[in-house]
Write a protein that binds this ligand. Structure first.
Ligand code: 3HC
Ligand code: NAI
Length: 709
């Protein structure tokens, strides 16, 4: 079936991109589209051409898979199609109904007019893939809306709705009715060509031309450094500078060169991996064609930190939530948190007052479990204690309607043990949100041994409704994310005991490697008491571990919440949450090291060793989770780390990073760590197997079945 459809109306040729799912302008599609445009150009009976798209959108842009394949001399790309438009003497109109992104929008920018329906969204999101708009976008957009506005639009990479795009000057009209009809009418009446490439006047808009070097140098300063997440941003700024400085054709050539460099770069490969890994998440063997249940009303048991955050997630998704919280003061605190959060959003202009009010009102508090009887899904978020949780589920099972799903937000407890107290283990699972639940994008879906495909399908549908990155995990201690973080924490603690100050470890992991936060700042944020409780409940986790957590716990240095943890916090300094180096903690580490006979070698530990010990601890445990089937795919682990723990997306997540470094190098280093530091560094068998053939995690197949250990 042809992916390009054409129809003629009154001398106007309508070219429809029909290449499901997103009309991606792949090499193959461009090879089909190019002769269609050339034929229209050569047809004397045609005065104008309208581009539009089927499948509910204009185009999702270039085919991202193509960037991993080498083009041949015969390959046709969006650039070739645009060149054919550019040299044509016909009028071209883009009739956009739905998303016009990346190369799709660049095709529209090459047209004389751009019209869109009000539901349309326009964007140049290439930066999110570590790329820049490479089909003329960096040269045409500055000529259309001014260099500064164009730079901001492309550096953000977010989409603008039709109304905003019209305000920015990207669209000529937002069309209330049928956009193709209006495009045909306009094309027939349009007096002349209006190619953006011919425009120079708009370029300086928002900039005094003389100020260009200043604007450019400021822009370079405002984006992350090249080697730490900003590689594409700097090249994008260079491309826009070229748009202002050079004639169109030379600017275009510069853009192409910069684009090609980025397409071959490691950060872009990593970001493209993250893009596809996200889209793999819900593809779970065994779910088959199970249809999700409708979830219209949700119950939440426990209105503490997590329960309240989870309730906000549902309110934001337009799903009513009833929260059972027996403690009156906690209900007040929860209401204040909800009210405060929505007020803040209204003040920031992110939400209309009316909508904020509606969302706030959709969360109802009660102390009567009977109010949950008609819920479709109930999520438990009470204290992390198995007996309390079992009591809650026994009660819920008796009250909540038989078809409803029950879920626990536990961080560490056994899902099957909870399911066992109910008569519906097939409708039982873990839904592990991350704090703050209404902000963190990650959701771990924990499959119990009896969880049915329909229950899983419902959980993924809920994840999608909440706009979370939902990752499946087997029911195993710590699931995916926390199981791995324990070993990361072990190494951070070990390094500190060897005499590397926590602030240095954090600085290396954040500023040099690119984590959103260093490990010790993260532990202070989540609470030292949380780490301590986990270590108490699972003694096996103590292997190779410093005693510092016990010391801090005894000293009630519980982290940010008590103003002291691995760092000091001073309310009068900045936001009050800035970690301040505390030499007392360094002394505690030194004392513990002395007791354990650990030699001080802080001065000889390089930044490289810090990065390796922390990231390779993640990789080794990740390999173990893959082998035992706790995680389905390496990409699932990567998504957990990028979205739940601030792992730098330009390194793609820990398992992608292992491939980037080379698995045999990772294996060699881990063997050396085992010899130097002990058996907790024993390499995972899957890592050995992959490394010995110099293979990649990215090439292993998804597990068919998740284990329930
Ligand atoms: N290339 C290849 N595949 C793509 C794609 C693209 N540009 N965009 C989407 N897909 C695939 C997805 O992988 C998914 O495949 P699957 O079903 O096999 O998993 C399928 O299309 C549907 O995608 P989504 O699940 O994301 O569907 P949604 O309806 O939720 O979202 C969308 C649609 C808003 C278009 C979203 O897919 C998206 O944001 N796509 C990427 C847009 C983008 O970044 N474009 C720029 C590309 S780079 C470029 O154009 C370079 C140019 O400057 C030269
Ligand atoms: P919290 O202590 O803030 O809240 C628990 C709430 O449950 C309290 O308000 C308490 O009054 C209420 N509660 C206790 N017993 C109850 C019962 N029988 N019926 C109704 N309500 C009851 O605890 P938090 O931090 O919200 O944690 C809740 C759960 O979420 C725990 O299982 C925890 O492990 C998990 N979790 C916590 C995360 C965190 O960072 N705080 C992250 C992810 C999961």
């Amino acid at each position: 079936m042809a992916s390009i459809k054409t129809a003629d109306r009154d001398g106007v040729r309508i070219i429809t991109l029909d290449h499901p799912p997103v009309n991606a302008l792949s090499f193959a599609l461009c090879a089909e589209l190019l002769p269609v445009v050339e034929t229209a150009n050569a047809d004397g009976a045609i005065t104008a051409v309208v581009f539009t798209g089927a499948n509910g959108l204009f185009s999702g842009g270039a085919d991202i898979n193509d960037f991993s394949t080498e083009p041949t001399p015969d390959t046709k790309t969006i650039r070739d199609v645009i060149a054919a438009v550019e040299k044509s003497d016909k009028i071209f109109v883009a009739a956009i109904d739905g998303n016009a992104l990346g190369g799709g929008l660049e095709l529209a920018l090459a047209c004389d007019y751009r019209l869109a329906s009000s539901r349309s969204k326009l964007g140049l999101p290439e930066i999110k893939l570590g790329l820049l708009p490479g089909a003329g976008g960096t040269q045409r957009l500055p000529r259309l809306i001014g260099a500064q506005a164009a730079l901001e639009f492309m550096l953000k990479g977010s989409t603008a709705d039709a109304e905003k795009a019209a305000k920015l000057g990207i669209l000529d009209e937002v069309v209330p009715g049928d956009v193709v009809d209006r495009a045909v009418t306009l094309a027939k009446a349009a007096p002349a060509k209006r190619r953006i490439s011919a425009r120079q006047a708009e370029l300086g808009k928002g900039l005094v031309r003389m100020a260009l070097p200043f604007v450019v140098s400021q822009a370079h300063k405002m984006v992350p450094p090249e080697e730490n997440g900003g590689y594409a941003a700097h090249k994008l700024i260079d491309a826009v500078e070229a748009a202002v400085e050079l004639p169109f054709a030379r600017g275009l050539a510069r853009e192409t060169r910069l684009f090609e460099e980025l397409a071959r770069s490691a950060p872009s490969a990593a970001l493209r991996h993250v893009f596809f890994a996200e889209r793999e998440l819900a593809k779970v063997p065994g779910i088959g064609d199970a249809q999700p249940l409708a979830v219209k009303k949700v119950g939440i048991v426990g209105g503490g930190t997590m329960g309240t955050g989870i309730a906000i997630c549902f309110a934001d998704a337009g799903i009513a939530a009833t929260v059972i919280e027996p403690v009156d003061e906690q209900v007040e605190r929860a209401k204040q948190m909800i009210f405060g959060m929505y007020m803040h959003q209204v003040q920031r202009g992110r939400l209309a007052q009316e909508e904020a009010w509606k969302r706030g009102q959709s969360i109802v508090f009660s102390d009567d479990y009977n109010d949950l009887a008609d819920c479709d899904l109930v999520i438990e978020a009470v204290f992390e204690n198995m007996d309390v949780k079992k009591q809650v589920f026994t009660k819920l099972d008796a009250i909540v309607k038989p078809g409803a799903i029950l879920a626990s937000n536990t961080s560490t407890l056994d899902i099957d043990a909870m399911a066992a107290v109910t008569k519906r283990p097939e409708k039982f699972l873990g839904l592990h949100f991350f704090a703050p639940a209404n902000i963190m994008q990650l959701l771990e879906i924990v499959r119990g041994k009896d969880t049915s495909p329909q229950t899983l399908a419902t959980a993924f549908a809920v994840g999608k409704a909440l706009r979370k990155k939902a990752v499946l995990s087997a029911n195993a201690f710590g699931f995916i994310g926390n199981r791995m973080i324990f070993d990361y924490a072990r190494e951070a603690g070990a390094l500190a005991e060897e005499g590397v100050p926590p602030y240095r470890i954090d600085s290396v992991m954040k500023k040099t490697f690119g984590f959103a936060m260093g490990p010790f700042a993260m532990f202070d944020l989540s609470g030292i008491d949380v780490s301590w409780h986990i270590q108490q409940s699972v003694p096996a986790m103590a292997a190779g571990r410093t005693k510092i957590v016990d010391r801090l716990y005894e000293l009630k240095r519980l982290g940010q919440k008590t103003g002291k943890g691995y760092y000091k916090y001073d309310k009068s300094v900045g936001s009050g949450r800035e970690p301040i180096r505390d030499e007392d903690v360094e002394a505690l580490f030194a004392e513990e090291a002395k007791k354990a006979g650990i030699a001080q070698r802080g001065d000889e530990v390089t930044d490289d060793e810090i990065i390796k010990r922390l990231t390779y601890a993640l990789i080794n445990t990740g390999a173990m989770l893959l082998e035992t089937g706790v995680a389905l795919r390496p990409g699932d682990i990567d998504i957990v780390y990028v979205y739940g723990y601030g792992f730098p997306p330009h390194h793609g997540g820990p398992m992608w990073y292992a491939d980037e470094v080379g698995t045999r190098h990772v294996y060699a280093a881990i063997k050396a760590f085992r010899d130097a530091f002990g058996p907790h560094w024993e390499p995972a068998p899957l890592l050995i197997e992959i490394a010995e053939r110099d293979g990649k995690f990215a090439n292993i197949k998804a597990k068919e079945q998740l284990v329930h250990a």
